[in-house]
Design a protein around this ligand. Structure first.
Ligand code: NAD
Ligand SMILES: NCCCC=O
Length: 194
């Protein structure tokens, strides 16, 4: 059942980095109470870097790369994430068993839910394209009005320990579908999947 615990780092600006202050948090397997590894402890310094990178990502290429890309472009990335989750389902499930003590079968169902959640929001992202600039009927023909759906920008997401990857996905997938840039702060109690 046990899998090798990878050495985790922070993913900021498209690359894996050590935290600025190099602090780490021990990871204990709740079933065996063994120390099985550690995870990076981000501090305000790392958050500043992440926020800065997220803002730059949103404005890159005048927003056309992500925030103002079509919903179907974003959906393509989200379906690719879902496919990779399915490919590595067993590995992720085993890490969650060691990380938060849930049964393997349940962790496996959770991974199916994770992939399904990315696909669900990919569908919604595609649906956004058809709704974009939907006209609003007004009583005077000299005025025109329509609905323009825009991402709110950079969002900060805090997720819990008990369904680590699934609860992160419940927050990350809708944010990506909407065209936001997301900064995820997973639980310090269960973050081996990151
Ligand atoms: N636990 C669940 O089953 C569940 C289900 C659905 C959604 N959620 C959502 O997940 C989120 C977390 O839920 P939870 O049950 O872990 O709640 P919680 O209140 O126990 O959250 C604790 C987490 O919040 C972090 N936190 C608190 N203040 C912070 C701060 N100022 N800066 C950075 N991190 C801070 C802690 O480090 C910890 O990781 C909530 O938004 C909750 O609505 C949880
Ligand atoms: N099936 C997942 C439920 C997660 C928490 O509300």
């Amino acid at each position: 059942m046990a899998v090798a615990v990878p050495r985790r780092m922070l993913f900021i600006d498209g690359e894996w980095r050590e935290p600025v202050l190099k602090k780490r948090i021990p990871v204990v397997n709740p079933s065996t109470e063994e120390l099985i590894g550690d995870i990076p402890a981000a501090t305000a310094e790392d958050v500043e870097l992440a926020v800065d990178a997220a803002r730059r990502a949103l404005s890159r290429n005048k927003g056309k790369d992500w925030a103002r890309a079509s919903g179907s472009v974003r959906a393509g990335y989200m379906r690719a994430i879902a496919a990779r989750i399915r490919e590595r389902k067993s590995q992720f499930a085993k890490l969650e068993v060691m990380d938060c003590g849930k049964p393997y079968d349940e962790a496996t169902w959770d991974m199916d839910d994770v992939a399904g959640c990315f696909e669900y929001y990919a569908d919604l992202a595609e649906g956004l394209d058809a709704k974009q600039k939907a006209p609003i009927s007004l009583p005077m023909e000299s005025f025109k009005s329509y609905v323009l759906k825009e991402p709110i920008g950079v969002v900060g997401l805090i997720s819990p320990w008990n369904y680590p990857l699934l609860m992160a996905t419940w927050k990350v997938a809708p944010a990506l579908a909407a065209g936001c840039a997301a900064i995820l702060k997973p639980s310090e109690l269960a973050s081996l999947y990151v």
